[in-house]
Ligand binder design. Structure first.
Ligand code: COA
Length: 279
């Protein structure tokens, strides 16, 4: 696939995706939304074929993502209500498509992740950020709402932080983003790529099907009562234990050898440093 506003770079089972509109700090308009949605569909298919096990989402230039393109949004005053609704739904589908990818999604954040950029961080499974990066659900400062991103942001930061941060639109530091669960690793800028590479390495040493199943389990179990969860989780582990991958992982541990899925990687090449366009 070729894109106008994204670049992709495949390194074995890892895809490096870079938002590539650095002049406007990787803000997304309808074209970027369409490309990201298409990319997520291709990535889902590649994961289903067993070709991909992790993706890294980054932004070109000095900023990860400044959220929705304000120029584009200001023009929507000329759209009909139907057209505005269609656009907002398209953005919601984009976030959902990334959120539900059946592999690990790792965010690499430098500079700023604001508005929809913070929403993009929220749909990543693991986020590493530079210690001087700035975050914010800044929409209310523009008189609009962190609406489409709210289900994904709330699932990460919870209601209490949302009540402060959605209402004030205040910008906050990477250390605060880590405290509220939006970010997992905070490092000095020079260590960002190795922090991302460490997260990738951890994922690649885990069973690919187990990673996808663990990811799917989290939103499912969250919505269940304990009684309902008992059935679902017992079935989930029972299925994994007898699966070829589960059997391989258990046997490898007992035989004191690496499991097949990590052996294959050791035999080819180790994960390399993240390959991000510096813009
Ligand atoms: N949409 C459209 N254009 C944007 C943008 C956005 N969300 N964010 C930045 N830009 C544009 C600026 O208008 C500027 O354009 P210009 O060169 O034509 O003047 C260019 O990107 C660079 O922005 P600038 O503010 O000079 O860059 P910076 O590196 O000093 O700061 C940010 C980067 C992201 C911190 C800052 O641009 C910012 O706060 N943007 C607004 C983010 C926001 O509130 N997003 C929520 C949208 S709902």
């Amino acid at each position: 696939m070729s894109y106008e506003f994204l670049t992709t770079d495949r390194d074995g089972p890892v895809e490096y995706l870079t938002l590539n509109r650095p002049d406007v700090r990787n803000a997304f308009n309808e074209h970027v939304i369409a490309e990201l949605t298409g990319w997520a569909a291709h990535t889902r298919d590649a994961a289903a074929r067993g070709e991909l096990r992790a993706v890294v989402i980054a932004g070109a230039g000095k900023t990860f993502c400044a959220g929705a393109d304000v120029t584009w949004m200001s023009k929507t005053v000329h759209y009909t209500e139907e057209e505005n609704l269609r656009d907002a739904l398209a953005m919601s589908h984009m976030f959902a498509a990334i959120n539900e990818l059946p592999l690990a999604v790792i965010g690499r954040i430098q500079g700023a992740a604001l508005g929809g950029g913070a929403g993009l961080a929220a749909v990543c499974d693991i986020v590493a950020a530079e210690d001087d990066a700035v975050f914010g659900f800044t929409e209310v400062k523009l008189g609009i709402l962190p609406a489409v991103i709210s289900p994904f942001a709330l699932a990460k930061i919870g209601r209490s932080a949302a009540r402060e941060l959605f209402l004030t639109g205040a910008r906050f530091a990477a250390s605060r983003a880590k405290e509220i669960g939006l970010v997992h690793t905070v490092v000095p800028p020079r260590e960002l790529d190795s922090a991302v590479a460490n997260h990738v390495k951890e994922i690649l040493s885990a069973g690919p099907e187990a990673v996808a199943a663990a990811k799917a389990l989290i939103p499912h179990v969250w919505e269940l009562s304990l009684d309902e969860a008992r059935q679902v989780t017992a079935r989930a582990i029972a299925t994994r234990r007898v699966s070829p991958e589960g059997q391989e992982g258990l046997r490898a541990f007992l035989e004191k050898r690496p499991p097949g899925w990590s052996q294959r990687l050791l035999n080819t090449k180790d994960t390399k440093d993240t390959k991000i366009q510096k813009g």
